[in-house]
Design a protein around this ligand. Structure first.
Ligand SMILES: [Zn+2]
Ligand SMILES: [Zn+2]
Length: 264
């Protein structure tokens, strides 16, 4: 298996040493990892969610030299999208030879769904719809990306008794997202780290995966979103099982921006 989403300490919100990440990945038997450090232009209150990519690519080369015979080390970026920074983000993505581009929404209309304030005064349906609408708009505008990050980002800090993102509550929007991704030959990641402090069997709705598969969706990857080595590949066994239940036979990782299929 490949863990397609993790952050080294080049990202300001991560403390993970890249060597420790590679050593951990080898120890637990992963075939490869993608280092998706952050590119978030105009992140409210935090200008520095930007990585020095010259330094980043030197790090990747060093890691490949050290671990390349035991682990595939993929260069990647997690691009945080807001409508007014799409062109700049696109330019940066095109400047560097990434293996993989993960497109995520972290900010919705200037508000951060990671903060509890995003949910106050909004019903669960309103708050989650806002997030999914932002994703739908982003994938219509961004040309150069491979997969969409964490569809369920909103559940991490949502203040509702039942946080689960359910297909049946947002079937119109989710169908629009799935169809757009399938039409464009793209997919989405199953962000296992979202369920780090939860019980995924209780809080992940299998119908999301089943519906995506039913519409013809094939591209799906697993990403832990680890910011610490102990979170690498978290819940992968559970979600691999769930993917098989939903009818998937493969996950995918990206090399040189092309999908490579890995048997589940
Ligand atoms: Zn993210
Ligand atoms: Zn991330």
């Amino acid at each position: 298996m490949y863990d397609c989403h993790m952050h080294t300490k080049l990202s300001t919100d991560s403390v993970m040493d890249a060597d420790e990440a590679c050593e951990t990945a080898i120890r637990i038997g992963l075939e490869g990892v993608a280092f998706t450090d952050h590119l978030d232009y105009d992140f409210p209150g935090q200008e520095s969610f930007l990585v020095d990519f010259e330094k980043y690519f030197r790090m990747i080369e060093e890691l490949r030299g050290k671990y390349g015979d035991r682990l595939k080390v993929l260069s990647a970026v997690e691009a945080g999208l807001q409508p007014h920074v799409i062109d700049r983000t696109q330019d940066t993505i095109r400047t560097y030879p990434f293996d993989y581009v993960l497109a995520s929404v972290h900010i919705v209309k200037g508000e951060d769904p990671y903060e509890k304030a995003f949910y106050s005064g909004r019903t669960k349906k309103e708050a989650y719809s806002l997030y999914l609408e932002a994703i739908y708009k982003m994938i219509g505008k961004l040309e150069s990306f491979d997969m969409v990050g964490h569809l369920g980002f909103v559940i991490r800090n949502a203040d509702y008794d039942d946080r689960t993102l359910r297909y049946s509550d947002h079937s119109d929007l989710l169908d629009m997202i799935f169809k757009e991704l399938i039409d464009k030959g793209r997919g989405f990641e199953l962000n296992t780290g979202t369920y780090r402090d939860m019980r995924p069997d209780a809080e992940y709705d299998l119908h999301l995966l089943k519906r995506y598969r039913e519409l013809g969706g094939e591209l799906i990857c697993l990403g832990s979103d680890a910011h610490q080595a102990r979170h690498i590949a978290i819940h992968f066994d559970y979600f691999a099982h769930l993917l098989r239940d939903a009818g998937f036979e493969y996950t995918v990782h990206f090399e040189n921006r092309k999908p490579v299929f890995d048997k589940l």
